[in-house]
Design a protein around this ligand. Sequence first.
Ligand code: NAD
Ligand code: GLY
Length: 361
Amino acid sequence: MQTLHVELGDRRYPIFIGSDLNPRNLLEPYIHGQQVMIVSNTTVAPLYLTTYVAALEALGKKVATCILPDGEKYKNIEYLNLIFDALLEAGFNRDATVLALGGGVIGDMAGFASACFQRGVYFIQVPTTLLSQVDSSVGGKTGINHPLGKNMIGAFQQPQVVLADMAQLVTLPTRELSAGLAEVIKYALLGDVDFLDWLERHIDDLVGRDPERLAEAVYRSCAHKARIVASDEKEQGERALLNLGHTFGHAIESYMGYGVWLHGEAVAVGMVMAADLSQRLGWISMDDLERTKKIIQRAHLPVKCPAIPLDEFLGFMAHDKKVLNGQLRLVLMSTLGKAIITKDFDVELMKQAILANQEKA
Ligand code: NAD
Ligand code: GLY
C-alpha cells in the first residue's frame, strides 16, 4: 500500500492506495464520532457494501445506509434530499461521518450532503471507479447538477481520508475503465512528460487491469492533483489546468446528452482538440499531436466526436465555468507535458481544431 497526503494545513488528509485494503484498520483513526452513514448506489452496494458495514460495526460504530439509484441523472436536488432524509431518520447529529462508496456521482452527492447536513459533518471517500480514484475523490469539489447546468450547485468539502482500492476495479465495466484512463492521461499531458513515457510503456497493462500498474498510475495521478490542490484549493489559478480538454469535452457531452458519451470519452476528444489547437498555434509539434492521439487510442478511447454543428459546439463552450468577463479561456499545451490557461488564441484556429477532430457529417 502507498500513502499520499493532500497538504491543506489542519485539514491535511491521506489517500491510501493499494489492493484489498483493510477498511477497519485504515478508517479507524479518521472516524471521529459514533455514527456513519454509508452512501452508495444500487450497482456498487451489492458488490462492496457488506465489507464496509462489517468493518465499521466491528469498530463499534452505528452504521446506517442510503442506497441511491445508479446514474448521473439522479445527481440532483431530489435525490440529494434522500441522503438528508436518511441522516435525519437515523437520528444522526453533528459528529456523524458520511462515507461515499461509489464512483464520482456518489462521491459528489455524499460529499455535498456532508457539507450541508447540520452545516457540515465529517466526510470519507471510498472511490470505486478509476475516474473517481484519480480525480473526483481528491480535492474537495462536491455538488449536484441543476437542469440549467452540470455541477452548478456545490461546495468545497475535503474528506478526512480517501481509500482507493484497486481490487474494486475488477468489476468496473471496460468503458468506465477507459474513461478513467482519460483522466490519468490528462495528468501526463498537463504536467509530466515522464509520466507520458511511463504510460506509453504500460498502457496495455492498465487496460488489462494489472493491479500494481493501476496503483502506480493512481498514485502518480493523485500526487499531481494533490500538489495542485494544496497550492490552489479554490481554483483561483493553477487548479484550472486540471480542466485540460474539458471545455471542448463539455460541449461534446452537452450536445450528445449526458450519459450518451461518458465524461472521460468526451475529455479524451477534448484533449485531442486542445492538442490540435496547440499544434496550430505552433506550440507543440505534429509529432506531439500524434503522440497525444496515440496514447488516447491505446486506452481504447475515441479521438474524434460525431459531427456537431459548429455554432452549437461554440454555444456550449460559451457556458464553460472558465469564461471570465465574457471571454473564453482555454487550457492548452505550451509544450507537450505542460499546460497553460490562456485567452490568447486565434478563434479561427480553434474552429479548425474542432472541425478537424469530428467525424464527417
Ligand atoms: P459514476 O459514478 O457514474 O460511475 C460509473 C458507473 O460505474 C456507474 O454505473 C457506477 O455504478 C459503476 N461503478 C462504480 N464503481 C464500480 C465498481 N467498482 N464495479 C462496477 N461498477 C461500478 O461515474 P464516475 O466516472 O466515477 O464519475 C463521474 C462523476 O464524477 C460525474 O458526475 C462528474 O461530474 C464527477 N466528477 C467530479 C469531480 C470532482 O472533482 N468532484 C471530478 C471529475 C468528475
Ligand atoms: N476535476 C477538476 C478539479 O478537481 O479541479
